[in-house]
Unconditional design. Structure first.
Length: 254
């Protein structure tokens, strides 16, 4: 896990991110989702953040770097400060299955610190990343001395389980276009920015990665995006999607 740079955690910038996407004047609210305001670090008090930083060190990675490899025995924990990361797993034939996308404030790798088993997923940088790296014994000690934070972690894990259950239902009942629409609604809520044309999804996600996230082939995702374009829900460019009719996209996602 070669870092680009490493500095002490204390004394750095303030807490990352802003809660959710930035709506423009007069625009309708974006859909409810796990936005940046719900992320782990943003739920901590200033004293809790300061204590966590004292127990950690900062590292940076370039876009495309692998932070955690599925199956490895490492057990340190990451808290993302800047940039976004992809959580994925690989099937026996080498196909990538995208499990989640995490942004600033997110806690990743926490399960290995609590349950010392091999890593269950690969974490890779979708863009340049900076994160707090916390040794497992420091993370466990932090939770033991901060019962409120341990409860927050329990609630976060519960929400992840509910989200996983929801996605399993989608895979069993929705067609590819519906699943793609669901992911675009989620991305608009978490990583969307309003401009004159609609809600621009700023995440640099390829069609292959979107296919891995929706359990479909790249060809099926390309067809689904074409359907959503033809219906006036979205416009697309190179690694760029703008939601121009959020209500219509929501309806197709149901």
């Amino acid at each position: 896990m070669p870092p680009v740079a490493e500095t002490p955690a204390g004394g750095g910038p303030g807490r990352p991110g802003q809660p959710g996407p930035r709506p423009g004047p007069g625009g309708p609210p974006l859909p409810e989702a796990l936005d940046q305001g719900d992320e782990f670090l943003n739920r901590l008090t200033p004293d809790e953040v300061a204590e966590l930083e004292r127990r950690a060190r900062r590292r940076r990675w370039p876009r495309g770097a692998i932070l955690i490899h599925e199956g490895e025995r490492s057990d340190w924990v990451l808290v993302l400060l800047a940039g976004r990361a992809k959580v994925s797993s690989f099937s026996r034939d080498g196909s990538e299955v995208v499990l989640a996308v995490r942004g600033p404030g997110a806690l990743v790798g926490d399960m290995a610190a609590i349950d010392p088993r091999p890593r269950s997923a690969t974490i890779s940088a979708l863009e340049p990343l900076e994160a707090l790296v916390i040794p497992p014994e420091e993370f466990r000690s932090f939770l033991q001395s901060n019962g409120r934070v341990a409860f927050l972690l329990l609630r976060m894990l519960t929400r992840r389980l509910r989200d996983a259950d929801r996605k399993r239902i989608e895979f069993g009942t929705y067609d590819t276009t519906g699943r793609v629409a669901q992911r675009l609604v989620e991305l608009a809520a978490r990583f969307g920015e309003r401009d004159d044309s609609g809600v621009r999804i700023t995440l640099p996600l390829s069609q292959e990665e979107l296919a891995g996230w929706t359990g479909a082939s790249r060809e099926a995702v390309s067809k689904a995006l074409r359907v959503l374009r033809d219906r006036g829900c979205i416009t697309t460019g190179r690694r760029a999607i703008t939601v121009v009719d959020l209500d219509a996209l929501r309806r197709r996602a149901r």
